[in-house]
Design a protein around this ligand. Structure first.
Ligand SMILES: Nc1ncnc2c1ncn2[C@@H]1O[C@H](COP(=O)(O)OP(=O)(O)O)[C@@H](O)[C@H]1O
Ligand SMILES: [Mg+2]
Length: 198
């Protein structure tokens, strides 16, 4: 049985909805019996990447570290959700290569939202500070964000609900065969239609 898993990378600006959609998606995937882990940007920066800043080299190190851990988890059949900005195109494609060369799937999801809406939402109050120059190197305001040119899934959080966005990603994973029993292991503890061993 092929035990390789999937890395679902949710890239997009701060406040676009990456964490929120990751939670909704995680619930759906767990309900479908998959083993799921989420490597959230804010949490990773408190742990795995504590001390790193927001220069390009530091951002690249952060993204590469997350990609490495995601690859290891996926190798064992885990579905890894990564709601992390990852602003640079070349770094995202490096991580895709790392995961794919290891035999797992990589799904890039562009969580898109226009800047005006983000400034209005300003969930963490960071846009206000960034626009006032109080927060430096803020992605989309005073630091680059390179939009995916050909994401595997595009979700528009200005126009969609969280559930609609999560459903779009779920549908893509279904199309990739993630839920066929031979493509990915099921959680042995989940109550599902797991066939008896013999
Ligand atoms: N369609 C949508 N999808 C995701 N989040 C949305 C949507 N509409 C509004 N929101 C809100 O936008 C905010 C997104 O915050 P968050 O998920 O933390 O963003 P990020 O992780 O990308 O920084 C949340 O307060 C969420 O409730
Ligand atoms: Mg987040």
């Amino acid at each position: 049985m092929n035990k390789q898993g999937t890395v679902i990378w949710l890239t997009g600006l701060s406040g676009a909805g990456k964490t929120t959609i990751a939670r909704a998606l995680s619930q759906r995937l767990e309900a479908a019996g998959l083993l799921v882990e989420t490597l959230d940007g804010d949490e990773v920066r408190e742990n795995l990447s504590r001390g790193l800043g927001f220069s390009k080299p530091d951002r690249d190190t952060n993204v590469n570290r997350i990609g490495y851990v995601a690859k290891l988890l996926a190798r064992h059949g885990v579905t890894v959700i990564v709601p992390v900005i990852a602003p640079y195109r070349d770094t995202r494609s490096d991580v895709r290569r790392l995961v794919e060369n290891d035999g797992s799937e990589f799904v890039e999801v562009f969580v898109r939202c226009d800047l005006q809406t983000l400034i209005e939402r300003d969930v963490k109050g960071l846009y206000k500070k960034a626009l006032a120059g109080e927060v430096k190197n803020f992605t989309g305001v005073s630091d680059p964000y390179e939009e995916p040119l050909a994401p595997d899934v595009l979700v528009d959080t200005f126009a969609e609900t969280v559930e609609q966005s999560a459903a779009k990603i779920f549908a893509k994973l279904e199309a990739l065969g993630l839920f066929t029993p031979t493509a990915s292991p099921r959680n042995p503890f989940a109550v599902s239609e797991v066939a008896p061993a013999r």
